[in-house]
Write a protein of this length. Structure first.
Length: 66
């Protein structure tokens, strides 16, 4: 699904970037993907996706430690 229409960035691109580049912040994500650089309407959804991925990665780490 497209998250950033201005730059044609999908949720999959955001999720893959977070995973591959170990992104932990919106600032870090925006250094790699041009998300939110035009109108900014996508930033709320981008932050939600980023948080989902960080939560998921944290859960995976806890499972491996336990």
């Amino acid at each position: 699904m497209y998250v950033c229409l201005c730059e044609a960035i999908t949720d999959k691109q955001i999720r893959n970037t977070v995973r591959k580049n170990q992104v932990t912040s919106l600032k870090g994500l925006r250094q790699i993907l041009p998300v939110g650089r035009e109108c900014g309407k996508c930033l709320r959804q981008t932050c939600e996706i980023l948080q989902e991925e960080l939560t998921h990665l944290n859960e995976l780490c806890v499972e491996h430690v336990a």
